[in-house]
Design a protein around this ligand. Structure first.
Ligand code: TYD
Ligand code: MG
Length: 460
């Protein structure tokens, strides 16, 4: 679209597609009622930028074998977990987006991170558009961050920021948050689609041209997406989400997109009164150290990225006093619980139609992978039959609609993590052919469980 002619543009909030006039449905992504108007000032034209400044119009097509891979310089912090989520450190010249609910600890995490970069003699700038310099200093004091060379800038004009950054030549910059920033050429208010998009484009250009890593903080909307155009997620190299339950101490940083490393990786932190602390052994956070077996609890290793977390599944099955029995699940999709109960009834002959069934994952974790199916059934059955499961036993496996138990990915890593925590007995699916995990670590006993009926015979 030619921005010199049109003073008003219509942009889709979801995908960033531009239109000359308003319409109800976006042709780009198919979403309804997501196109908003924004006005382009007459003084400056809208800047468009490629994600790679090295890509020019005069480029020559080159055989892949002759394209030498670029080696990235990575900035290391003193948070090994955070470096791992970023794929081995923050890549110079990359643009990272960190999204999360208000108050989850984004500013806290980034101030700590910038403190460690500054201590490592890197030129680090923390730009705040939400707090005053005094507030930032107070927070740093509270967390005992001693980084006298860390520069703090309270500014919201992108043009002023880029001007200052050109003078400073920083290695790493935090912009907290992208929704408070504005470009002077645009007439729309900060936080609007046009402003967010334009501000991010200008910062992207600065990062690529100067080899400076920039971390943007992004607000999250009610439905959990980063506010502003979806385009922001396409534009940046890495998208991190900061998640957590406000009632629990722990917080999870999850890489949902990473051009410089694997996605799906997580780092776990605990919020303390002196800021965020890395949790080195997260399974201990989610597991109770029990000495007597408890009815209705089962242990399962779940995979988050490349990392295995051993979690405790809890269930309570009671005779129902109402006509319609209740099924309440937290930490898993409620439909999953209903589905597994149906399989238990049909293929295990376990009739729970007149019972209320409650399910929970201890510690407030949410799990969507199917590897916990067997553990869910074991916990429900244990409560229904009032039989505690043996201590030091873990359940691993997906359950099919035919009542069969199926192997899941990374079985060996899961079994190893259990062994590491002293869980030496694993109830596992029967492999179709010899698999690498059947040679379990020394001292671990694998009990094969072909189907739901086998499971029902184990819990008597
Ligand atoms: P903050 O980093 O301001 O959140 P965001 O930038 O994501 O909106 O998070 C602040 C919250 O963390 C606030 O509720 C207070 C709490 N907090 C601690 O518990 N300990 C600390 O040391 C700090 C700095 C904050
Ligand atoms: Mg903040």
């Amino acid at each position: 679209m030619n921005s010199k002619k049109a003073k008003t543009a219509y942009v889709c909030n979801q995908c960033g597609q531009e239109y000359g006039r308003w319409q109800g449905k976006c042709d780009g992504c198919g979403a309804w009622n997501c196109i908003t108007e924004f006005r382009i000032g007459s003084t400056k034209s809208s800047r468009t930028v490629s994600a790679f400044s090295s890509i020019s119009s005069g480029a020559i097509a080159t055989p892949l074998s002759e394209c030498a891979p670029q080696s990235y310089s990575r900035l290391k912090s003193t948070f090994p977990e955070m470096d791992r989520v970023l794929g081995g450190g923050l890549v110079s010249g990359s643009l990272v987006l960190l999204g999360g609910d208000p108050g989850i600890g984004k500013s806290t995490l980034l101030l700590q991170l910038m403190g460690t970069f500054a201590q490592n003699a890197l030129k680090a700038v923390y730009i705040t558009g939400e707090e005053s310099l005094q507030q930032v200093s107070l927070r740093a004091q509270r967390m005992h961050i001693s980084a006298p060379h860390l520069l703090v800038l309270a500014e919201t004009s992108i043009d002023a920021i880029v001007g200052k950054l050109h003078d400073i030549h920083p290695d790493v910059v935090v912009v907290d948050s992208i929704q408070t920033m504005f470009c002077e050429g645009l007439e729309s208010t900060p936080g609007s689609v046009g402003q967010v998009r334009e501000s991010a484009s200008v910062l992207l250009q600065f990062a690529k041209q100067n080899g400076c890593a920039i971390i943007l903080v992004g607000h999250v909307t009610k439905d959990g997406a980063i506010a502003g155009p979806r385009l922001l997620e396409h534009l940046v190299d890495t998208v991190l989400y900061f998640e957590g339950e406000s009632h629990y101490q722990y917080r999870i940083v999850r890489a949902v997109k990473n051009r410089f490393g694997p996605s799906g990786e997580i780092a776990i932190f605990a919020m303390s009164d002196i800021g965020l602390q890395e949790v080195v052994n997260p399974s201990e956070l989610f597991l109770h150290n029990r000495s007597i077996p408890q009815v209705g609890t089962a242990i399962t290793p779940v995979l988050e990225g490349t990392r295995v977390l051993v979690v405790e599944l809890q269930s309570l099955v009671n005779k129902s006093h109402f006509g319609l029995p209740q099924r309440v699940a937290s930490g898993i999709a409620p439909k999953k619980l209903s589905l597994l109960i149906a399989v238990l009834e049909r293929y295990g002959g376990i009739m729970m139609g007149d019972h209320d069934i409650f399910f929970n994952i201890a510690g407030g974790l949410s799990v969507s992978e199917p590897a916990i199916d067997l553990g869910i059934c074991a916990a429900v059955l244990s409560s229904f039959r009032n039989r505690p499961l043996e201590l030091g036993t873990a359940f691993i496996g997906e359950i099919g609609l035919g009542g069969e138990v199926r192997p899941v990915n990374n079985m060996l890593a899961r079994i190893r993590e259990c062994a590491h925590l002293g869980i030496k007995r694993c109830i596992v699916p029967k492999p179709q052919k010899k698999a690498d995990w059947t040679a379990a670590p020394e001292g671990t006993v694998l009990v094969m469980c072909k189907n739901i009926a086998d499971l029902a015979n184990l819990i008597l």
